[in-house]
Design a protein around this ligand. Structure first.
Ligand SMILES: [Zn+2]
Length: 234
């Protein structure tokens, strides 16, 4: 029998090479109080959003302690730790190494159908002068393509938004259901925004399959949320 993993968070090796950057995708063992215990993170002020499955992008120019509504945060300021809360949805972290700009984005199916990730990339380009080809993007753990059952309404929603429906498969057993590849749907949006394929990194773990991750589909209202974070140290 395999021993349950006690890993607290996952990181992306390419992101670790960036001297000014801190980042991570927390598992069920990483709680908000852990930010204060970690030597590299303890000086940061924590900032998150009241996430509403929208495509609202918040531009963070200074720290504030109230949670504003939205599903993407962008900043070029140091010592503000942006964090996203998820349980099955896809957390996405973005960095422009040369311009020192970061983003954290919450992508569920609704936000994805509203192109929240594309909107965040556009915000980095328009407001901070970032170039799409120099952006590095990290996908955290999310519900996997074999586990993410959705109804016909979700399929229709993508179709009406003019998004590719190739990210859906018919459910092998249930006629009224589809399986959605949420990571692929967001990867497509990045590629059509001019992000290079080799600059997209991914933690390919399924929140629904792995017990040390949190899954709303599996655990319902007891699920809690995993914390994914990114910040500029200096
Ligand atoms: Zn799974």
């Amino acid at each position: 029998m395999q021993e349950e993993s006690r890993v607290e968070n996952f990181t992306i090796p390419r992101f670790e090479k960036i001297p000014f950057l801190v980042h991570g995708f927390g598992t069920r063992y990483w709680k908000e109080k852990d930010f204060k215990k970690h030597s590299k993170l303890k000086n940061f002020k924590l900032l998150s959003l009241a996430q509403i499955h929208s495509n609202i992008v918040q531009y963070i120019e200074k720290y504030h302690d109230k949670e504003v509504k939205g599903d993407a945060m962008l900043t070029d300021r140091s010592l503000i730790l942006l964090f996203i809360k998820t349980a099955d949805c896809l957390p996405v972290l973005i960095v422009d190494e040369s311009r020192k700009v970061i983003a954290a984005v919450h992508c569920g199916w609704k936000g994805t159908s509203k192109r929240v990730l594309q909107k965040a990339v556009q915000g980095m380009q328009i407001s901070y002068g970032c170039n799409a080809i120099s952006l590095l993007v990290a996908f955290g753990p999310s519900i996997g393509r074999d586990c993410y059952e959705v109804g016909k309404d979700v399929y229709k929603n993508f179709e009406e938004a003019g998004l590719s429906t190739e990210v859906f498969r018919d459910h092998p057993l249930r006629k009224e259901k589809h399986l959605l590849d949420l990571k692929q749907a967001n990867r497509s949006q990045l590629l059509s925004s001019g992000i290079r394929e080799q600059n997209i990194f991914s933690i390919d773990l399924c929140t629904h399959c792995e017990k040390y991750l949190l899954s709303f589909r599996r655990d319902k209202n007891n699920a809690g949320r995993m914390l994914s974070y990114i910040g500029i140290s200096f």
